[in-house]
Design a protein around this ligand. Sequence first.
Ligand code: NOJ
Length: 555
Amino acid sequence: MDLAKKVIYQVYTKSFKDSNGDGLGDLPGVIEKIPYLAQLGVDMIWLNPFYPSPQHDNGYDVADYCAIDPRFGSMEDFEHLVQVCQQHKIDIMMDMVFNHTSTDHEWFQKALAGDETYQDYYYLRPAKEDGSLPTNWDSKFGGPAWARFGETELYYLHLYDVTQADLNWHNPQVRLELQKVLNFWLTKGVKGFRFDVLNVIGKSPVLIDSQEPGSAQEKSLYTDTPIVHQWIKEMNQASFGQRDDIITVGEMSSTNVLNGVQYSNPSEKELSMIFSFHHLKVDYQDGEKWSNPAFDFLQLKAILDEWQRGMSDGQGWNALFLNNHDQPRSNSRFGDPDHYPFETQTMLAQTIQFLRGTPYIYQGEEIGMTNPDFAEIDLYDDVETHNNYQLLLAKGVSPAEAMSIIQAKSRDTSRTPMQWDDSPHAGFTQGQPWLSVAPNYPQINVERELSQGHIFNYYQNLIRLRKEYDVIAYGTYRGLLLEHPQVMAYVREIKDQQLLVLSHFYPGTIRLTLPSEFIDRSAKKLIGNGPLMALNSEIELAPYETVAFYFNEQA
Ligand code: NOJ
């Protein structure tokens, strides 16, 4: 299994393709579109959760880990999906939400009914002596991280929504149950697991107040604790680690390079790779997500550079991505899709995909889908969005300003239905979609892209080049021009081969002086989205231009 040559595509199941008109994407819808994904050239699809769930957090509130919510299909549909994927040489990665269960889960319900065995599956604590909550921690979705446990005097911990109760991994029975879940899906033919917020499972058994609710210091009380590594190793040994064809990726909230290396260095026997998010916080004002400043380009470069170097030095492995179902669309965020839709999207894709790691493409990227910019709060569905809209208003932010922040940051910006064609609701559903389609679907849709666009084709080429050129898959990384305010540049190297990647992140044309090591050498333009054809000591880059030159001393 060659991790470095693979490309993974993320299917947000609920918004991908609805086959039965109920407004929700479903497994038969995914099956219908597998040939489209095969045409793109991806090796694996990561499917967001479709387990039974009350959907308070779009399926990340799982009520049964080994079943399929009838709204999304049946187990037969899943088995059929596995077969169709096999025919197209595409593997399946399942999403494992093991930090918490839905409060509808049988375990939580039994706990509520008084069963002490199941009460020990969760973090239940009494109030402090003064009657206040067990700790002062904030939920990541806003408000306190504790809620009353039924009619009792106890409270249960929920780092996310109040309907997502944190599992007590200190209980060995909990860990066994979760290992069984992994083995259940392995026998169904699954070849990958994405682990939701895995690095926050290691809360201390004794929970203490933080210096300030919601602070970084608070997160350090439950993030990346040493026991997380121990539990991942145990899970690895008991399930996917027994095979050599399984890919795993941990979603690591607020982690650091040191831990990233440990999670993903093969000799540690933990995971294949990790998602980290620091590079997607460069448009937070003073660390606050619910704000809308221009993004800090130098910081973006510095963070990507730090992770590339650090993971490479420690033999860790990065998941490469700018988009997912929790992030605004990167073209709206870091570029100008209104004026330069092709250039923006392909520049971002090339910049990220040619780094060292395994690329992830989020549905719709390959056709240039954008944020929807809905003007009404009621058009957004996400629990985090609504909580934070209210918090912004409560802080005195005007409704207009609050809406512009929501338009930029809501997780629903990337969750709008996939735009297949220009028929009503973009061909996503024959019914009413659970979330409105972005209004630009008549211009941006798969049908149109395949007949007259160039973005999809560019993505196909990026994927193909990774398979053809070892320097892209295995090369080392070296950052260049780190202080340049408009251009990101780096070089990948393996044996006698080099790949120079230059990406211009702004409109307007700029002149750039190249480092002398690239001058007067024979270079082949491998791919680019703009006019530059050859390298000289001074080159010109067009708006959002990206280009990659290949040097091979042997050739
Ligand atoms: C991360 C997931 O990607 C996100 O969508 C979810 O809300 C949280 N984890 C909680 O499960």
